[in-house]
Design a protein around this ligand. Structure first.
Ligand code: HMG
Ligand code: MG
Length: 308
């Protein structure tokens, strides 16, 4: 039987949160609909964070309202940083949320104004309330491999934070290389022990591609047994509170790579690339960093065997 992976698309959230241009709600809806039509059924759409801190996500209520009218909207994920965020998500009728913390104290404080233990305690409360409300919760751990303020992060420091999240009723924990510093060796040092005590279906990896290592790290994770990969359309992304971070692993690069490895992604590659080109237009000609997309663009007139 063919191997299969799940692609978790974070572009509408991680991608757009880091762009100067704020995409209109209707453009976000069109993007999300096109991503879903290309076969991406796990999509993070927005965030209930402070609108003055991340204005790109300020329309999350409105976005969800619009998405709900479409077939896809009910399954979109939204980030929730605290109880106020949960309250907003619940009032909007959101059914899938994502909570987040970090390994390094300095980044966590800059990002959400709490210590790591404070945020874990808060996440426990959010998870309990969400469970009572039938809301599904995903978790992120940031700065697993490195912190923009504290430098290298060791596996010994990262693993206990990941394990604490895994001990909660979270459907999945996504292991984040927030500033794109990880190597395949570092990935192995974290993922291998985590997979000895957790089912692979509960682990995802979230690689930023700042130094061009994201795909190599994704491959190492796959070899170790991980089957869920976060990625962002066009390679957009980055956290506004993590200086030096650039975009996520591009969804086009991930899907191209696994398609050529004969691994099922569920994503129509051509439809995905066409979605990226429309997004670039909506972003006023923004050049998207995905290498696979650039090749698609160069070859699309020629019907190349690789780009269909
Ligand atoms: P705070 O200022 O510490 O919160 O913000 P507070 O409880 O002290 O409240 C202060 C004011 O903010 C109050 O309003 C609250 O109501 C309001 P006032 O009474 O002064 O008028 N407030 C809120 N308003 C709207 N929504 C809320 C909310 N909470 C409080 N949820 C907070 C704490 C976490 C909200 C803030 O620091 C924040 O919004 N941070 C932004 C974090 C963020 O979006 N980061 C990027 C996403 S994470 C990421 O990218 C990493 C990831 O991709 C994985 C990886 O790559 O590693 C996931
Ligand atoms: Mg990220």
């Amino acid at each position: 039987m063919k191997e299969k992976i799940e692609v978790f698309e974070v572009g509408p959230r991680d991608g757009l949160q880091n762009e100067r241009l704020i995409l209109s709600t209707s453009d976000k809806v069109a993007l999300i609909e096109e991503l879903a039509a290309a076969g991406l059924n796990k999509i993070e759409a927005g965030a209930f964070v402070r609108p003055d801190r991340v204005p790109q996500m300020a329309d999350s209520e409105q976005l969800h309202l619009e998405l709900k009218k479409r077939s896809f909207g009910k399954d979109a994920y939204f980030l929730v940083p605290n109880l106020k965020g949960l309250e907003r998500a619940m009032s909007a009728g959101i059914s899938h949320i994502a909570v987040f913390t970090a390994v390094s104290e300095s980044f966590n404080r800059k990002n959400i104004g709490m210590t790591v233990q404070e945020s874990l305690a808060l996440i426990r409360q959010i998870v309990d309330t969400a469970a009572q409300e039938g809301i599904r919760v995903r978790g992120y751990v940031s700065t697993v491999f490195g912190c923009p303020f504290e430098g290298r992060v060791s596996a010994n420091k990262a693993i206990p934070v990941i394990e604490q999240l895994l001990s909660l009723e979270l459907e999945q924990v996504s292991i984040g290389d927030t500033i794109g510093v990880a190597s395949a060796k570092g990935v192995e040092e974290v993922i291998r022990p985590v997979l000895t005590s957790s089912d692979a279906s509960r682990i995802a990896v979230h690689f930023h591609d700042t130094r061009g290592t994201a795909l190599a790290n994704a491959l190492r994770s796959f070899e170790l047994g991980v089957r869920t990969f976060d990625s962002s359309i066009g390679g957009l992304g980055g956290c506004p509170f993590a200086p030096g971070a650039s975009g996520n692993l591009a969804t086009e690069d991930l899907v191209y790579f696994f398609k050529e490895m004969d691994v099922e992604t569920g994503v129509d590659y051509r439809a995905l690339c066409e979605t990226s080109l429309k997004l670039a237009d909506r972003m006023k000609g923004r050049i998207l960093s995905s290498r696979a997309l650039q090749a698609y663009l160069a070859n699309c007139q020629k019907n190349s065997v690789w780009d269909s």
